[in-house]
Design a binder for this molecule. Structure first.
Ligand code: AMP
Ligand code: MG
Length: 324
């Protein structure tokens, strides 16, 4: 049985942020805006607080959490940061998560890394999240603020629709910008890079910048390293058909560019705008009275790769659903 809480919503002004900091210090759960989606934050060094994240989301315990920090200096308290010059110039703060070996002495709740020898760290750029992190002396574990397997939240309303009564506070900072979850980059011990999840930061372009060539293609992984990659995820709870230009009468159409829809990712056909509207469109489609969803083709360029990745998983059969 999931415990019942009274969920309060406050504006993300100075008073609201101070209140969030207090609740987090005491081991509570707070939904916070980031530049990607809303995160469900708890102190990452507190086992009971982290356990509440898994309980509130119904998240499987094998799925590790991203540790949110102020900057690279704080990340070095938890991760084997080394003196890798590349790291100093990575686009931080920003929507980029880096997976590196965890420091054995790092004070983190064991569930945060789900027993893996690595840890995922990110310094978010959203001003609310940054102010919050500057007021506390511990990092925040923060997966997306939604029930496991379903659509990620890009507004306080989305958070409440999913988690009202399961968390302590929602810090309402308005709709989020980037709209899809952070890019995840694993830095291997041999110095090679691996993309674990496509996101707003173009890892291929970044790799080209550092090494003069694009990111090598990933081999199919057998073990579960980043469950965000699992087949079914981000589910709107009804069948989704992709690459559609001609919807059936019982389908709610999500348009893009020249392909018109009942709702539209981007009228002008821009992938960045489409990313920021993606989950809001899926939320609308989920509550529409049409039983099925059709989505226009989205080009596989820039953040379009991340959009198509999420759409493919939204369209995957529910029996393959895992992760959050
Ligand atoms: P979210 O559920 O949106 O917060 O996404 C977190 C993602 O980060 C999940 O796909 C996790 O599996 C991934 N992740 C977190 N920690 C690690 C880690 N140590 N190694 C690989 N992936 C990780
Ligand atoms: Mg998630």
């Amino acid at each position: 049985m999931v415990r019942k809480y009274v969920t309060e919503t406050v504006l993300a002004d100075a008073t609201g942020i101070a209140r969030a900091a207090r609740i987090l210090r005491d081991g509570g759960l707070v939904a916070v805006p980031t530049e990607t989606v809303y995160g469900l934050a708890a102190r990452a060094d507190d086992e009971a607080a982290v356990a509440r994240i898994f309980e509130a989301k119904g998240r499987p315990s094998f799925n590790p959490l991203i540790v949110h920090v102020r900057d690279a200096k704080q990340a070095a308290q938890y991760a084997e940061w080394g003196d890798n010059a590349d790291l100093a110039t990575l686009p931080w703060p920003g929507p980029l998560t880096i997976v590196v070996p965890a420091l054995p002495e790092a004070v983190l709740a064991p569930a945060v890394t789900a027993g893996l020898p690595t840890v995922a760290v990110r310094a978010p750029a959203h001003p609310v999240m940054r102010q919050l992190l500057s007021q506390i002396d511990f990092p925040l574990a923060a997966p997306s603020a939604n029930r496991s397997g379903f659509i990620s939240p890009t507004s306080a309303e989305h958070v409440l629709a999913s988690l009202d009564g399961r968390i302590d506070l929602v810090l309402d900072g308005g709709p989020t910008q980037a709209g899809v979850e952070s890019s995840i980059l694993a830095l291997r011990e041999d110095g090679s890079w691996e993309e674990l999840r496509a996101g707003p930061v173009d890892l291929d372009a970044l790799h080209r910048h550092y090494f003069g060539i694009g990111l090598p293609l990933r081999e199919e992984r057998k073990t579960l390293e980043a469950p965000g990659q699992l087949a079914s995820h981000y589910s709107p709870g009804k069948p989704v058909r992709l690459g559609v230009t001609d919807p059936a009468p019982d389908e709610i159409m999500i348009g893009f560019g020249p392909v018109a829809g009942d709702v539209t990712l981007s009228l002008s056909g821009e992938v960045k705008e489409a990313a920021s509207n993606l989950y809001a469109c899926l939320h609308l489609a989920a509550v529409s009275d049409k039983p099925r969803i059709a989505v226009a083709p989205v080009p596989e360029k820039g953040v379009g790769r991340a959009i198509n990745d999420r759409l493919r998983r939204a369209a995957a059969p529910a029996d393959q659903r895992r992760g959050s």
